[in-house]
Design a protein around this ligand. Sequence first.
Ligand code: 5AD
Ligand code: SF4
Length: 445
Amino acid sequence: MNVYDSEQIASGLRTMGYQQDSSIKKADLVIVNTCSIREKAEQKAFSFLGRLASLKMKKPELIIGVGGCVAQQEGKRILSRAPYIDIVFGTHAVGRLPHHIKEIRKKRSRIVDIEMTATIEESEGFRDFSGNRGVSRFVTIMRGCDNYCSYCVVPFVRGRETSRSPESIINEIKSCVESGTREITLLGQNVNSYGIKENRISFAELLSWINDIDGLFRIRFITSHPKDFSEDLMVAFKDVDKLCNHIHLPVQSGSNQILKKMNRKYTRELYLEKIKKLRCFCPDIAVTSDFIVGFPGESESNFQETLDLIELVAFDGLFAFAYSDRPNTPSTRFSNKVSEMEKAERLQKLLKLQETITRKKNAALVGKTVTVLVEGLSKKQDQIEVPSRFDDIQWTGRTPTGKIVNFIQNGSRGLLNDIIDVGKLVDVSIDKAYSHSLAGRSVKI
Ligand code: 5AD
Ligand code: SF4
């Protein structure tokens, strides 16, 4: 979501004549887009802002802005904490940023805009895709969340749930595709409830509209809430041919006691049942998830239930986080907080278990052929300045299930009618499996 918002911020600034630069020292304007989902993210934002003070001292005309969730949460407190900041703009103020920057340039005023709007359209900024050929892009379809999980800051910093119109989503995807995008990931806190409040088309219908866009190869979405993960979406994995067979379905905990305290509104049994049903519709679907360890009151046996669920589901991958208190959330007032040491230990145990599962799953792909959407040269490739031979070139991309594949072209250029390039779909035979990636050779473009 922050990647998407940052692109929108950059688009608005480009309309004012600004250009993106990789050197912060040369900049006339620095915008820091922040995240407050966990305490660590917020600390990172403040430590980065701290480092900007000396920059401003050397160059007083520099304009510094802070946007995103920390800006929304802290508002004018940021200005007292960091007096060298010129503008604090919240999650609904992205579209108004260019106007504010003009005001600052004219009057050198300091601005705080954390006003929230009822619909996304009211606060939407301008997006242009010129000169930016991202093969895989995010497109926001919804904003905010009404679920109020007891640990989560999102409803407070992103506001009430609201959906964009299907027309504006389709238009945006079409312009992405025109500029070279082949895969889009639809973003929303809970895509299952897309359009319900506004009485728009359903999420499943939106998927089939997007499926009809020529030139688009792949559709993904994040995130779906287990309580609302419905059969029509399971069917979509079978019926919508561009929809990748991967679902990210955050479960957070395997303990009913903890799930209740988290206000997640489902049980471990319901979650397991949904996964079973989904795998009936789509047997080779990859399932990934999010977990929080050390939620207040999480006992050792509650944690064991989480480990047990991980083994039962055999996830393809997961993200796990140590619980942290977030402002305004109910769980900050819960008793029996778990110590930092215990949280760290549980996190390590959980990640270790998942690593063995991922390795096993990846190893099962050796000898198989997978289809990869080419995203560019692999990281290793970045280190080779001029490849000496054609088959030294290592490409990177993902399978429909979201696994990273690094591969070389099999055979010489002359033997193949086509050449590998960014944005192409390539069949790759897998030779090696690692815990975070696969390696192989191309078979067919
Ligand atoms: N502490 C730790 N992890 C959190 N998440 C959300 N809020 C918190 C918190 N207070 C995690 C959840 C969510 C992911 C995006 O971040 O696992 O799915
Ligand atoms: Fe946060 Fe829960 Fe909404 Fe996800 S569903 S954004 S965890 S409140």
